[in-house]
Design a protein around this ligand. Structure first.
Ligand SMILES: Nc1ncnc2c1ncn2[C@@H]1O[C@H](COP(=O)(O)OP(=O)(O)O)[C@@H](O)[C@H]1O
Ligand SMILES: [Mg+2]
Length: 254
C-alpha cells in the first residue's frame, strides 16, 4: 500500500528521490557491522539521501522497541507523510522519505562485503552536526520538534537523532524507525519532549490544536493503510488526549 500511495501524486522532492539515478552508494560513516545498516546514496543531480535497507535492520534491537524490519521502514515513511501533511515547520524538519529499492553493484559489494541493500527507506540528507544541544535552548525549535515527537510517539530521540545546521539555524530530525509506539512499547529518550515539559511549555498553542484537528478530520491521512492497527489506535488516542487536555503528552506516554 505504501508503494501505491507514494507513487500517487508524489510531491516534487519525493518524485526526485523515487526516480533519480543513484551514482554512488556506500555505508554511512556511523554504520558498523553490528548496527542497522544505513547507506549514503548520491543521486545524479547531487541530492543525497540515506538508505536504510529492510534487510539491514538489526532485528534484535528493533524487537526491543516493538518493531520488525518492515515496520522500521514503514515508520520512517509514515513520519514523513505526516510531516508533509502538517506543513511548515514540520515538513522542513523531517527528511523527505520514500521507500525505494536499490541494489549495490558488485564493486560496492566487494569493497563493503557486509553492506545491505534492497528495499529500504530513503531519507533526504539533513545538514549539520550531531550532539549539539543548541536547538534545545531555542523554544521555537524545541517546541515544534516536541510536538512532532509526541504525535508520532518517537521512542528514541537522543542527541544523535537530529542534525543542527548552525549557519542556517535549521533543525533536522532524523531516524523515525522506532516510532508510532503502542502503549507499553519501550521508550529510550525524547530530548525535545523532555525539554518542553521541563520549561513549562506543555500547553499546546492554537496552531498545534488545529494541526491535531486537521489530522483527525483527514482520517489520519490514510496511515491505516501503512501502519498496523494497534499503531493507528495509539495514534488516535494520542490525538484525542492532546486535544482534550490541550497539552503535550509526557515523554513516553503513548
Ligand atoms: N536524513 C539524514 N540526514 C543526515 N544524516 C543521516 C540521515 N539519516 C541517517 N543519517 C546518518 O546515518 C546515521 C544512521 O542513521 P539512523 O537513521 O540514525 O540509523 P539507525 O537506525 O542505525 O540509528 C545517523 O547517525 C546519521 O549520521
Ligand atoms: Mg539512529
Amino acid at each position: 500500500m505504501l508503494l501505491l500511495i507514494q507513487g500517487t501524486r508524489p510531491d516534487r522532492m519525493e518524485d526526485r528521490f523515487l526516480r533519480e539515478n543513484l551514482v554512488s552508494y556506500r555505508p554511512a560513516p556511523s554504520t558498523t557491522p553490528n548496527q542497522n545498516s544505513v547507506n549514503i546514496g548520491d543521486l545524479d543531480s547531487g541530492l543525497r539521501a540515506f538508505h536504510k535497507p529492510l534487510r539491514g535492520v538489526k532485528l534484535e534491537l528493533a524487537a526491543v522497541y516493538g518493531h520488525e524490519a518492515v515496520g522500521v521502514g514503514l515508520n520512517e515513511c509514515a513520519a514523513w507523510r505526516l510531516a508533509r501533511f502538517l506543513g511548515a515547520p514540520y515538513d522542513e524538519m523531517v527528511p523527505v522519505t520514500v521507500m525505494r529499492y536499490h541494489e549495490a553493484n558488485s564493486a560496492v559489494k566487494l569493497q563493503y562485503p557486509w553492506i545491505a541493500d534492497g528495499w529500504g527507506s530513503f531519507a533526504s540528507e539533513k545538514p549539520g552536526t550531531s550532539l549539539d544541544p543548541t536547538p534545545l535552548s531555542i523554544p521555537a525549535l524545541t517546541d515544534a520538534a516536541a510536538f512532532f515527537d509526541a504525535l508520532i510517539a518517537q521512542q528514541d530521540r537522543h542527541l544523535a537523532q537530529y542534525r543542527w545546521d548552525q549557519e542556517d539555524g535549521l533543525l533536522g530530525l532524523i531516524d523515525h524507525g522506532f516510532a508510532f509506539a503502542r502503549p507499553g512499547d519501550p521508550f529510550n529518550d525524547s530530548v525535545f519532549v523532555r525539554q518542553r515539559h521541563a520549561e513549562g511549555r506543555e500547553k499546546l498553542d492554537q496552531l498545534e490544536q488545529e494541526a491535531l484537528e486537521r489530522v483527525e478530520k483527514a482520517d489520519l491521512i490514510g496511515l491505516e493503510d501503512i501502519l498496523d492497527p494497534k499503531q493507528i489506535s495509539a495514534l488516535e488516542g494520542r490525538i484525542r488526549r492532546m486535544r482534550q487536555g490541550g497539552e503535550l503528552l509526557a515523554p513516553g506516554d503513548w
